[in-house]
Design a protein around this ligand. Structure first.
Ligand SMILES: C[S@@+](CC[C@H](N)C(=O)[O-])C[C@H]1O[C@@H](n2cnc3c(N)ncnc32)[C@H](O)[C@@H]1O
Length: 314
């Protein structure tokens, strides 16, 4: 099992206390080391008898926790979580300070392909970031390149939050995703827009005609795809794009990253980025008949974690 630190349930503060120095606690430390959201991390456990400082992590006995500022306490145990919480409360810690690990923070080690993952939480969380992401990353490229908006594809569109913005630029926009639920949602979302079509695709097959598309973009989806899927998908892009057509692809740049070693399992990496990078994209483009017009290395919580490649079918 892999245990995800409950990033969504802790507030920004100078410090955090992790209760539990076992396998889950150690995994939390690794995640905090990469993401660096706290200046100081305290780790406590019944088994810790004396204090020790390693970098910005302070290991200390349970009794010393009560002398610390009122930082949140993240309980690094699923099995004994409730018992630990009750003990802390009995000793005077306010219940609101204790952050529990939920069942969905525990993930199977096995690799789930991005098309079989449940994106529902993502869909609702991401919805508020549409305009800012569009204006920061996609709009400058639209201004810079002479894209044709005759027939456009949003690949791995999810529930259509970016497609909504692009639909007003496009004569015809096709929303493509492997999730039937997401596509059903898009059908409802765009029911008033006669220029938008919504299609369920196969993980490695896009059901669109050869040489039928002028522009294709994919936002915050292929960042999770591994080398093999991108290899297949680029072949698909090459098939459906017209000669000279562009693809704007937001993908991972996590392989050979300066600040961490990317795992083969995308779900273990910061922001679930896959073990893939800008160099891999250049290599695959060469194989599948694309020229790389430009690559923008970009930050996503972590410096240089992602890349946007603008590629053109030869
Ligand atoms: C993180 S969501 C991003 C959705 C959307 N682009 C956005 O920014 O809101 C990833 C999406 O990729 C879709 N997906 C995963 N694998 C896919 C594949 N092989 N082909 C098409 N869609 C895929 C998922 O169903 C999901 O909707």
């Amino acid at each position: 099992m892999f245990y995800l630190f409950p990033f969504g349930n802790v507030s920004q503060n100078e410090g955090i206390i992790v209760y539990g120095a076992g396998a889950i606690g150690q995994s939390f430390l690794k995640q905090l080391e990469v993401t660096l959201p706290f200046a100081v991390i305290y780790v406590t456990d019944k088994k810790i008898v004396s204090s020790k400082k390693v970098g910005n992590v302070v290991f200390l006995p349970e009794k010393d926790v009560f002398q610390l500022p009122a930082y949140q306490i993240v309980v690094a145990s699923l099995k004994f979580g409730e018992e630990i919480k009750q003990r802390l409360i009995q000793q005077g810690i306010e219940a609101e300070r204790v952050v529990m690990l939920a069942e969905n923070h525990a993930m199977e080690e096995s690799q789930f392909e991005p098309h079989s993952f449940d994106w529902n939480e993502y869909y609702s969380d991401a919805e508020g970031h549409n305009e800012v992401q569009f204006q920061t990353y996609l709009e400058p490229l639209i201004r810079k390149y002479d894209f044709s908006f005759s027939r456009v594809v949003d690949f791995a569109c999810g529930k259509g939050r970016i497609a909504e913005l692009l639909s007003s630029f496009s004569d015809s926009l096709v929303c493509v995703d492997t999730s039937r639920e997401a596509i059903d949602y898009c059908v409802q979302r765009f029911r008033e827009k006669s220029n938008v079509e919504c299609i369920v695709s196969e993980p490695e097959w896009i059901p669109l005609d050869k040489n039928s598309i002028d522009l294709l973009y994919s936002w915050d989806a292929m960042v999770h795809f591994d080398y093999r899927s991108i290899d297949y998908i680029l072949t698909g892009f090459s098939r459906i794009l017209k000669s000279g057509g562009f693809a704007v692809i937001h993908h991972s740049n996590a392989r050979e990253h300066n600040s961490f070693k990317a795992d083969k399992n995308w779900r273990k990496n910061p922001h679930c980025r896959s073990e893939f990078n800008a160099k891999d994209m250049r290599h695959l483009c060469e194989k599948s008949g694309f020229t790389v017009e430009e690559q923008q290395i970009m930050d996503w919580g972590i410096e240089a974690l992602d890349c946007i490649s603008v590629i053109r079918k030869c």
